[in-house]
Each structure stands twice: as structure tokens, then as C-alpha cells.
Design a protein around this ligand. Structure first.
Ligand SMILES: Nc1ncnc2c1ncn2[C@@H]1O[C@H](COP(=O)(O)OP(=O)(O)O)[C@@H](O)[C@H]1O
Ligand SMILES: [Mg+2]
Length: 361
């Protein structure tokens, strides 16, 4: 298909044709019900919000689009939420696209030609965009211009297309996988970190209110404690606890209900789920506690290494249950204790790269 044939056609229906609205990504239905729509309703991430508020204020005063923004961080920490709230604050429409769906430059052209003045284009998982698409974005981001090749062979000519000034918001779980030239074209780059128990407790309480669930402070804190520092996980735990309370008792959520509901689904007091514990058990039982490469762990567990790197390891690292050394991943004494296992006396004592047991036990 010649590239010219898609000029002026609307973006594909799979999540693209939604200027002004923000339908949930597939499988995210509950998320969208609980997702804040204004920055003022977002909990935590104070430093990120402070930067954004200044940028939004200045852009409004200059009557210009906001500079391009890149969010990175593990899943469920609020990247899509920010990408929903920012256009709302600016009072502009947003189009949602996803890196893996943009297979060739022609896939991104409809999004670019449909941009309205100062509107937002959100590209989720932007690190999974092929190089050719990425390069196509360079002039769009820098000069609000794209070059379209019309025809083929000797009769081919280039059409220079001016775009409306817009803001690209990119989200990635892997900032390290983004090329330098693309990363440098984002004026604002913000890393989203894990949330504190206090912040998660607030999210659980606010969302209990939205869902009409009666919950006491102690129970909300316990859900927060078992939510891996992640709002999406807190929401999912809350929804499960709500179901459990409705089915097993009168629907009121107290400490007893939370603990029973968590035990039933294998969520332990640190918030680790079965997959997290399997990771630790694999590293200990099969790979002698490490150091082990991510590929050997992934093969042994029969889980894609991306999943482990994106979803499992960040929290285990944060909890100091594992450490990463130049030779691979190692479990810490804390992990043995958590699994009620005795740490081996001479485990990897020769490894000088990083303290193996950072908690000093
Ligand atoms: N700062 C926040 N305050 C309140 N809820 C949040 C916040 N960040 C995320 N959430 C909740 O967590 C869910 C997942 O967040 P999302 O933005 O989809 O994560 P990501 O895009 O980083 O994977 C949202 O639907 C929302 O309900
Ligand atoms: Mg997202």
C-alpha cells in the first residue's frame, strides 16, 4: 500500500479514534473507574506534579503546547493516569496510541495528521516502537513537520506536511531501552517511583469511597501494606477484598477480612504474590541463590524475561530481597528469612561488587 493512501483517514479504531475521550486500554476496565481525572486528585508523586504544574502554567500563559513529556517506571504507578490528567488540565483532546501497534511509519501518520492545535498524543510502551517509526517522530517532535513519500521509483516525490503544534507524552517501563535521540527530544522526563504505605492507604480509602465499600483505617492500611508500592495493585487487592467481604460476610471490610482474603490468593504480609515467591524460590532452590542471569531465571520459571524485569524485579530490588551485581541477580539474607529458610553460611561471600546482604543481617 502506498503511504499516500492513508493521508486524511482517521486513526484506526483500536484505541486511536478517541479525541477528547479516554477509553480504557483493554483489560483495564476497573482501573478506569478508579483512575483520577485531575492532577489534584492524584495521590503522591509530589515532585513530579510540582514540575508538571509549572510547565502547564507556563504553557497556558504562553498559549503554546506543553513540551514533550516522557514518563518511565514500573507498571501501575500512574503513567497512563498522568497522560489522562495532563490534557484535561490543558483543556485539550488526547489520542492514545501504543508502541507495539505502530509497526511502520504509516501507522503513526493518521495520529499526527489528526492532531489539533496543542492537543496531546500519548504513546504507551514507546520503547517498543520500531526504529523506522521512531525516526519518523523526530521531525514531528522538533519542527511539527513530517515528510511523506508519494509514489514509487522515478516518479516518487516527497510531500512536506506541516503539523499542528502538539505535545507528545511517552510512557515506558524501560527508559534504558529508549534511544538517545528520542529521549533527548522530550523536554520533561520524569521517573515514577513506588508509593509509600501512607499514600497507598489514602488511595485505598478514596477508592473504597468511590466503590461504596465500608472499610476501617486498619484494614485500609493492611491492603496498602500488601500492595507492592503500586496503586494498580492496591486497586486490584481492594476489589478482591470487597468481593470476599460481600460473599463471606456482610460486605464490611475489616482486618480479619483483609487477612483471610489475602491468604486465600497467596498474597503474603510483604505483599509478594505467588510469582514473586516463585522467583525467589527458583533463585534459591535451582540457581543456588545466584548470581544468575535474567535469562536463566526466566527459562527456569518459564516466564518471559520482560515480565520478570518489568513486573517482578523492581519491587524485589526495592525490598532488598534481591540485589543485582555485574555477574547477575543474587538473593539476600532477607529473602531467606522471608521464606523462613536458613541462609547458607558462605553464600557468595567472594562477590565484592555490591553488598550481598544490604540490610546487614
Ligand atoms: N497518583 C495516583 N493517585 C491515585 N491513583 C492512582 C495514581 N496513580 C495510579 N493510580 C491508580 O492506579 C491505576 C493504574 O495506574 P496507570 O496510570 O494505569 O499505571 P501505568 O500506566 O503506569 O501502568 C489507575 O487506574 C489509578 O486508578
Ligand atoms: Mg499504562
Amino acid at each position: 500500500m502506498g503511504r499516500e493512501s492513508i493521508i486524511g483517514t482517521p486513526p484506526p479504531d483500536d484505541g486511536g479514534n478517541n479525541s477528547g475521550g479516554t477509553p480504557p486500554p483493554p483489560g483495564d476496565e476497573n482501573d478506569s473507574a478508579l483512575r483520577p481525572t485531575r492532577i489534584a486528585d492524584m495521590v503522591g508523586q509530589r515532585e513530579v506534579i510540582a514540575v508538571l504544574e509549572i510547565a502547564i502554567d507556563a504553557a497556558r500563559k504562553r498559549d503554546e503546547p506543553l513540551g514533550h513529556i516522557l514518563f518511565d517506571g514500573p507498571p501501575g504507578l500512574g503513567k497512563t493516569t498522568f497522560a489522562t490528567c495532563i490534557p484535561h488540565e490543558m483543556g485539550v483532546p488526547v489520542q492514545m496510541a501504543s508502541g507495539p501497534a505502530l509497526k511502520a511509519p504509516k501507522d503513526i501518520i493518521p495520529y499526527l495528521t489528526n492532531l489539533e492545535d496543542r492537543s496531546v498524543l500519548f504513546v504507551d510502551e514507546i520503547h517498543r516502537m520500531p526504529k523506522a517509526v521512531e525516526e519518523y517522530l523526530y521531525t514531528a517532535m522538533e519542527d511539527f513537520r513530517i515528510d511523506i513519500v508519494l509514489g514509487e521509483g522515478v516518479s516518487a516525490r516527497t510531500l512536506n506536511l506541516q503539523l499542528k503544534p502538539f505535545t507528545l507524552i511517552g510512557a515506558t517501563t524501560r527508559a534504558g531501552m529508549l534511544s538517545g535521540p528520542l529521549r533527548d527530544r522530550f523536554q520533561i522526563r520524569e521517573h515514577l517511583g513506588f508509593y509509600t504505605f501512607g499514600e497507598l492507604t489514602k488511595i485505598v480509602e478514596v477508592n473504597s469511597g468511590k466503590l461504596g465499600v465500608e472499610i476501617d483505617r486498619q484494614a485500609a492500611t493492611e491492603i496498602a501494606r500488601r500492595s507492592r508500592g503500586t496503586p494498580r495493585v492496591a486497586n486490584n487487592r481492594l476489589l478482591w477484598v470487597r468481593d470476599y467481604a460481600m460473599s463471606k460476610s456482610d460486605g464490611k471490610v475489616d482486618m480479619d477480612v483483609v487477612i483471610k482474603a489475602m491468604e486465600m490468593t497467596g498474597i503474603d504480609p510483604l505483599g509478594l504474590d505467588r510469582q514473586d515467591r516463585r522467583y525467589l524460590q527458583t533463585l534459591i532452590g535451582v540457581l543456588q541463590g545466584g548470581p544468575a542471569g535474567i535469562e536463566s531465571i526466566a527459562h527456569t520459571m518459564n516466564v518471559p524475561s520482560d515480565t520478570l524485569e518489568d513486573e517482578v524485579e523492581p519491587f524485589l530490588l526495592r525490598m532488598e530481597l534481591i540485589v543485582r551485581t555485574s555477574r547477575g541477580r543474587c538473593v539476600t539474607a532477607k529473602a531467606y528469612q522471608h521464606l523462613s529458610m536458613k541462609p547458607p553460611k558462605n553464600a557468595h561471600e567472594g562477590d565484592q561488587d555490591l553488598p550481598l546482604f544490604p540490610d546487614g543481617n
